[in-house]
Design a protein around this ligand. Structure first.
Ligand SMILES: [Fe+2]
Ligand SMILES: [Fe+2]
Length: 475
């Protein structure tokens, strides 16, 4: 079951050839996907051979095989983790019942919505990142970008398979629509706002893969608990791919900081103008990028109070992060949770039924996890002997979803007037000047082992290859 059949048009480990109707439907969707990749995928990459990993099995040991391939020929397919015959629903009103191999009629609309929303983010990020290859700071980084892009394409396949197999005609229509919406398109945008933002430069890309791919991790972890077993199994395999995306983000920001602090020490200065003249990204600008990406990403978890979140949990569609490791009753009726609200121009905590606050629960778990990387970035600064600390902004800062969205709140959690916000926002969020400066540093470096001036080389190459390996052959 875990071995992947690559002899078929669509590689899979779900015995696709036994379901001719489904196989035909997916084979009809396949050329549309390739057209989308040609139109919206990495710009100018058609002729390049890229050192990519491809899944050969879903076993934890050695699921990946590395080699130079043209991205267009990447074997996108359908891979599910092996099933467990005895798996039981372990949270919500159906706790203790057998998991579902099919979609129960009463949950069909909600499940479809969950799958479409997840599916929509996958091609969206490829679209957001489509021009970045033109300004890659090294061949190593270019390869990592492309690896992420092909895997997001595969994540789209994972969701499209579920739509086709389990949702009949409306599932097929939704699968088509996933290729029709486009990131940032005015008439037909992607579903979630963070996926309509631009990813204009590599600092944004690293921040995106650190913060926003991590939102992906938490959503996938919550769906990996689902009572709908095919969704649980497919998201489990997606998670193994997601880890690399977050690594690219964390190490990318870390290398950017490394280069900055090296130059700060060389020039013995923290003067922003001098550092910019030397071509590195000053730490206050990195802090503003963190503030932006952190706040935009935590909005993705949705409103702090949500009856949908309660329904999704109680009906078994979506669990909590690490549901199985928690010591409560996994039903949560009568439990409460604290969320934030603004009262008399002050942030206060408000106790609400936990079932309605499950978006907030997941957001808080995410925040703990994402602060870990910020601490590791701080160690790079500390090691260089520089007295500067990066921090995550307050959870209430710059929010556009939920009860805090109407208020202006500073990165340290003070409620301020619209006037004060306007006067200070340039200290808190990237300014046009910041973005123009970072943009001005972007230029493609194509020689193996060479890196743009603003970023340090990685400690190690990919798959134990040297750092100066030819990860991309431009042909
Ligand atoms: Fe993904
Ligand atoms: Fe990802």
């Amino acid at each position: 079951m875990s071995g992947i059949n690559y002899s078929e048009k669509i590689p899979n480990n779900v015995n696709l050839s036994e379901d001719r109707t489904l196989q035909r439907a997916l084979e009809q969707w396949q050329p549309n996907f390739i057209n989308w990749w040609d139109d919206m995928g990495p710009e100018g990459s058609t002729d390049m051979d890229v050192y990519l990993r491809t899944a050969v099995s879903v076993d934890p040991q050695g699921w990946a095989q590395f080699g130079h391939v043209k991205m267009r020929d990447y074997r996108w397919g359908v891979f599910l983790n092996p099933g467990d015959q005895d798996r039981q629903i372990h949270f919500g009103d159906h706790k203790g019942e057998k998991v579902w191999q099919d979609v129960p009629g009463e949950h069909r609309a909600n499940l479809r919505r969950i799958i479409v929303t997840q599916g929509d983010t996958e091609p969206a990020s490829v679209e957001q990142q489509r021009h970045l290859g033109l300004t890659a700071p090294s061949m190593y980084d270019l390869r990592n970008l492309f690896q992420i892009n092909v895997e997001e394409g595969r994540h789209l396949w994972a969701m499209v398979y579920l739509l086709h197999k389990y949702f009949g005609r409306d599932g097929r229509e939704e699968a088509d629509a996933l290729l029709q919406r486009n990131s940032g398109n005015e008439d037909n945008p992607r579903i979630l706002q963070a996926f309509n933002e631009k990813t204009p430069d590599w600092l944004s890309f690293f921040m995106f893969t650190y913060f926003t791919d991590r939102d992906g991790k938490f959503q996938l972890c919550a769906l990996a608990e689902s009572a709908f077993d095919p969704l649980a199994r497919t998201t489990k395999f997606m998670l193994t791919e997601e880890a690399h995306h977050m690594f690219v983000g964390e190490s990318g920001v870390s290398r950017t900081i490394q280069r900055t602090v090296d130059v700060m020490n060389q020039l013995k200065t923290d003067d922003v103008a001098k550092l910019r003249a030397a071509g590195v990204i000053d730490l206050p600008t990195i802090q503003r990028y963190i503030n932006f990406h952190f706040s935009v990403t935590i909005d993705l978890f949705g409103a702090d109070e949500s009856s949908n979140a309660a329904t999704f949990y109680s009906s078994g569609l979506k669990g909590r992060y690490e549901e199985g490791k928690r010591n409560d009753d996994h039903v949560l009726k009568g439990n409460t949770y604290k969320i934030l609200a603004v009262e008399n121009d002050k942030l206060i905590e408000k106790e609400v039924p936990m079932l309605n606050a499950l978006n907030e629960v997941l957001r808080d778990d995410y925040i703990v996890d994402s602060k870990g990387g910020i601490e590791r970035w701080n160690r790079v600064i500390e090691k260089a002997g520089i007295p500067f600390k990066l921090t995550a902004p307050h959870k209430a800062f710059h929010r556009n979803i939920g009860s805090l969205s109407g208020s202006k709140i500073t990165p340290d959690g003070r409620v301020v007037t619209a006037e004060e916000w306007m006067a200070k926002v340039g200290e808190w969020l990237p300014t046009n000047e910041d973005r123009a400066y970072v943009g001005s540093l972007m230029g493609r470096v194509t020689e193996p082992g060479k890196f743009a001036n603003w970023i340090a080389p990685p400690v190690m190459g990919i798959n134990r290859q040297p750092v100066d390996f030819d990860y991309v052959r431009f042909n």
